[in-house]
Design a protein around this ligand. Structure first.
Ligand code: DOR
Ligand code: ZN
Length: 366
């Protein structure tokens, strides 16, 4: 990475500082399916070389064959929206399976052979399309053993679903009740604690050793829970795990900018039709794929840590997954841009990107 001031020139734009990074990857992404997929895939492909694609479709992706078919639909949607040779045409989706109480250990071998890289654990009922998720982690020990053997990673949505537990405490309680015992039962399994939101999670990962890592979203680095209530309820800032207090946001920024290889970029960009977010019972998920890199760059700049962005965005995730780092580059410039108010989403709906109608300080150039 280099942070450089371009030489003075006639236009203010070319005088703005630029930031050149190895092409980053998104290690946690929701692409959806069908017409919705076709609306969003190019946004991610423009910024990222690869993305770990979440399997929480309806029905969920629970077999190697379903993952292969989903991958083909993603590649077809990409080919429709990005011309060969254009930026993003070489984007690669990395596929995952959705763990249920009944995913057989044999399926893990077939998944490995089909190029699947990880399985996602949704505690049943934790979030969008998680009804078929795991009801008790001990039900899937044999499958987790097969994953460790085959080198598939376990990606964890780390929240308890117990309605007795306060919504804001669900991640911290999950660590104590489930993650610590799971880590002990499967010491050889690579685990990614996804979209961490608390100081407890950041601390746990730091202390858990080199086979445990975490993704962090741009919105959890930039916002605390006040953002959901500022001047009225703001559904586009509602996601799960929900934004937390400022002290947690600060702990996440410290982890992301620490240079530790255990923390890396995962947007959790999760598009929903705007009318279903602006609803009496609004869906969880922030749509950040359109400008994810610009959002992360703001967060790192605010922390005085632009020099740590490339490791977090482009190196640590690939290294943890045991995949090669990307060879290409992206360039960002410190030139303001306005985020569109909304974008088409599927046949009839629209999706509202995070910060819709507001200004971002950075813009991707290529
Ligand atoms: O906010 C979220 N949205 N959190 C999740 O865990 C799922 C995601 C979705 O699929 O919409
Ligand atoms: Zn997610």
């Amino acid at each position: 990475m280099n942070v450089a001031s371009a030489p003075p020139s006639a236009t203010p734009d070319t005088a703005a500082p630029t930031l050149r990074l190895s092409r980053p990857d998104d290690w946690h992404l929701h692409l959806r399916d069908g017409a919705a997929l076709a609306s969003v895939v190019a946004h991610t492909a423009r910024q990222f070389g690869r993305a770990i694609v979440m399997p929480n479709l309806k029905p969920p992706v629970t077999t190697a064959a379903a993952a292969v078919a989903y991958r083909q639909r993603i590649m077809a949607a990409l080919a429709q929206s990005v011309a060969p040779g254009q930026s993003g045409a070489d984007f690669q989706p990395l596929m995952t399976l959705y763990l249920t109480d009944r995913l057989p250990p044999d399926e893990i071998r077939r998944a490995k052979d089909a190029g699947v890289v990880a399985c996602k654990l949704y505690p049943a009922g934790a979030t969008t399309n998680s009804d078929a998720g795991v009801t008790d982690l001990r039900h899937i020990d044999a499958t987790l053993e097969a994953m460790a053997r085959e080198g598939l990673l376990l990606l964890v949505h780390g929240e308890v679903t117990d309605s007795e537990i306060d919504l804001f405490d669900r991640e911290a309680v999950f660590i104590e009740r489930h993650l610590i015992p799971l880590r002990q039962r499967h010491p050889g399994l690579k685990i990614v604690f996804e979209h961490i939101t608390t100081k407890e999670a950041a601390q746990y990962v730091t202390e858990a050793g080199p086979l445990t890592a975490a993704t962090i979203t741009a919105h959890h680095l930039l916002y605390n829970r006040n953002a959901i209530f500022l001047g009225g309820i703001r559904p586009h800032y509602y996601c799960l795990p929900v934004l937390k207090r400022e002290e947690h946001r600060r702990a996440l920024v410290a982890a992301a900018t620490s240079g530790s290889p255990q923390f890396f970029l995962g947007t959790d960009s999760a598009p929903h039709p705007a009318h279903l977010k602006e609803h009496a019972s609004g869906c969880a998920g922030c749509y950040t794929a359109l400008n994810a890199l610009e959002l992360y760059t703001e967060a790192f700049e605010d922390a005085g840590a632009l020099h740590q962005l490339e490791g977090f965005a482009s190196h640590h995730g690939a290294d943890f997954y045991g995949l090669p780092r990307n060879s290409g580059h992206v360039t960002l410039q410190r030139t303001a841009q306005t985020v569109p108010d909304s974008l088409p989403f599927g046949a009839q709906a629209e999706v509202k990107p995070l910060r819709a109608g507001e200004t971002l300080r950075w813009s991707q150039l290529n």
